[in-house]
Design a binder for this molecule. Structure first.
Ligand SMILES: [Zn+2]
Length: 236
């Protein structure tokens, strides 16, 4: 995901390929949220298993989720360097994972290059996951882990490509339109229109899920649609 704002009081916890990975005081809330999501997913995937096995698998799936996130971020780090516009920091808060670039005054091709790296890394992740799936033995501690990795990789890659302003898809659309037209207003309008389209699509899907009794799916889709609408109408 692409952003330029840096939250208050970030603290560097380690470096990823030479780029500081920083957290703010709210970051643990996000990590707990991911753990809770994995707890629910593991419960649905393996109903009736012991609490100990569910907790173990939840920890493993949480690790897989973050490994996919860091793979995505590594893609941005590598592509930003190749584009001559390196990343300054990767900043994690409760609600956002920000790829912070200190230099925004770079050519459109550099913006496109550094935005493309994350989704391309997810594509590489899909190939790695498929390879692991073929060699691992079946079972919750074998092939199923490769399948969870594949699912997280596909989900994060697809979400990143949504054409809303803070996401890679929005950056790719904005700078593609700008490269073609040399017009910032047209590029901005294109991203706003695409974001509102995504918002409407997610909201309709959410209402459909709610009306068919899938409460949690409907709620997640409806909230995602609302966030996409707010993102798209936000002034940059
Ligand atoms: Zn990204």
């Amino acid at each position: 995901m692409t952003q330029v704002r840096v939250p208050p009081r970030p603290r560097t916890i380690f470096t990823l390929a030479g780029v500081p990975v920083q957290v703010d005081p709210t970051a643990p809330v996000g990590a707990i949220g991911v753990w809770g999501m994995c707890w629910l997913l593991v419960g649905r995937r393996y109903p009736g298993r012991s609490v100990a096995l569910r907790a173990l698998l939840t920890c493993l799936w949480t690790g897989l989720f973050f490994s996919v996130f860091f793979l995505h971020s590594l893609g941005h780090i590598v592509s930003a360097r190749a584009a001559g516009a390196p990343m300054g920091a990767l900043v994690i808060t409760a609600t956002h994972w920000l790829t912070w670039y200190p230099n925004s005054g770079v050519p459109p091709q550099a913006h496109l290059g550094r935005a493309a790296g994350g989704p391309l890394a997810n594509l590489a992740g899909l190939l790695i996951g498929h390879g692991l799936r073929r060699v691992l033995p079946s079972g919750p501690l074998g092939r199923d882990l490769a399948e969870a990795f594949l699912a997280f990789d596909a989900a994060i890659g697809a979400a990143a490509l949504l054409p809303t302003p803070s996401f890679d898809g929005g950056a790719l659309l904005k700078w593609s339109v700008y490269a073609a037209t040399s017009s910032f207003p047209r590029a901005g309008r294109a991203v706003q229109a695409a974001g509102l389209g995504v918002s409407g699509f997610l909201s309709v899907l959410g209402l459909g899920a709610l009306s068919s009794g899938r409460r949690w799916t409907g709620l997640v889709l409806a909230v995602s649609g609302l966030i996409a609408a707010l993102e798209s109408t936000r002034r940059e």
